[in-house]
Design a protein around this ligand. Structure first.
Ligand code: KG4
Ligand code: ZN
Length: 356
């Protein structure tokens, strides 16, 4: 089965074609990726300091068809060879979700194939299965993106239990807000991470929110406020000193956030007796977080799995893949196709409510 995946939940338009044959034959799941195309709107939103929802929707409309052509060409496939369509149904920006949903559903009617709405986070948390070493069910997923920070017990495809989540800002949001305070462009996660590499780990000590809370929840808004307070109090006016000040503060921010994430992920593994951890979502590209996790799992005898670096941030492949696995799991293809012609989107959506 060839599945077309469409991602338009925020500021990336992603399209991909995934062939389920290698998966069904027990081969490496990444072999099924036949074609993919991605357009990031970051440059367009940058001048506003964040995502402008209306601009995002309009750009998704402009990009989808050319990206689909590009993915089909790469895969050497014709439109008529698509057997199923999966699109991000939520959570995300309502207008942006509507574009992908309408596109996916309309194409499914035209091609007389099934269309399935996918939870964006399911895409992220299954994407490590496309990496070098695949985790075994059940595993723990640490989902760290611009909109979410969650620890999830993944018993199987379509069987998820939420263990803990952020009570306020997501990890990526904290990165982006800190980037702004340090004079870096939106979205600043990767830039903060690079700056932190040049920082002195001993200059600033920032709070590690909820490190000893006794549960698996997180809170990052206080950490960002602590960065703000340091900037207000100590940012040097001497331009030759500001670069080092910002690097040192970035380092303290990254160290604090990473310590909390790693500590809670270890606790989740211990509580559930799982051995495998997967890291997913945009912040999963963070190299400090990866190296701290590698070190800790080695000490504790666990294993950590990552999606390929290019599949950490939003993309069409993860949606094609999650749609493919869900369709196989529910064997929807065996049912007669009904072109309902209607669809809905879920800008706010609890992943555990999608359990099969
Ligand atoms: O998963 P994603 O692409 O979109 C959402 O679903 O939110 O995640 C985007 C987030 C942004 O906040 C971005 O700053 C952050 O991931 N990010 C990073 C890195 N690369 C992307 N944060 C820290 N270090 C990175 N290397
Ligand atoms: Zn995402």
């Amino acid at each position: 089965m060839i599945v077309l995946g469409i991602e338009t939940s925020c500021d990336e338009t992603g399209v991909a074609l995934y062939d389920t044959s290698p998966w069904e034959a027990g081969q490496k799941p990444s072999k099924g990726i036949l074609g993919q195309a991605l357009h990031s709107q970051i440059a367009m939103h940058r001048e506003y300091g964040g995502v402008v929802p209306e601009l995002a929707s309009r750009d998704h409309i402009r990009r989808l068809l050319p990206l689909l052509d590009q993915a089909l060409e790469q895969a050497q496939l014709k439109l008529s060879q698509i057997n199923a369509i999966s699109y991000t149904q939520g959570p995300g920006l309502a207008g942006a979700l509507l574009v992908g949903s309408a596109f996916g559903q309309a194409l499914a009617v035209a091609l007389k194939c099934p269309a399935i709405g996918i939870h964006h986070l399911e895409g992220h948390l299954l994407s490590p299965l496309l990496g070098e070493s695949a985790p075994k069910f059940p595993f723990i997923a640490l989902l760290v993106s611009g909109g979410h920070t969650q620890l999830m017990l993944v018993n199987n495809i379509g069987d998820y239990e939420l263990l803990g989540e952020t009570l306020d800002d997501a990890a990526g949001e904290a990165f982006d807000k800190t980037a702004k305070l340090l004079g870096l462009d939106y979205p600043g996660g990767a830039a903060v991470s690079q700056l932190a590499e040049l920082g002195d780990p001993d200059r600033f000590e920032l709070p590690k929110p909820m490190l000893h809370s006794g549960n698996l929840d997180f809170s990052f808004s206080g950490l960002k406020t602590a960065v703000l307070n340091q900037v207000k109090k100590y940012e040097p006016s001497d331009p030759t000193k500001i670069g080092q000040f910002r690097a040192d503060l970035a380092r303290a921010f990254v160290d604090a956030l990473v310590e909390v994430l790693v500590s809670k992920a270890m606790k989740a593994l211990e509580i559930t007796s799982c051995k495998d951890l997967v890291l997913a979502g945009g912040v999963g590209a963070n190299l400090q977080l990866r190296s701290a996790l590698n070190e800790k799992v080695r000490q504790k005898g666990f294993k950590v799995h990552y999606p390929p670096l290019a599949l950490c941030t939003d993309n069409g492949v993860m949606i094609a893949f999650a749609g493919a696995l869900r369709l196989l799991a529910i064997t929807q293809l065996k049912e007669p196709f009904k072109a309902s012609g209607s669809f809905d989107i879920k800008p706010r959506w609890d992943l555990t409510s999608t359990n099969l």
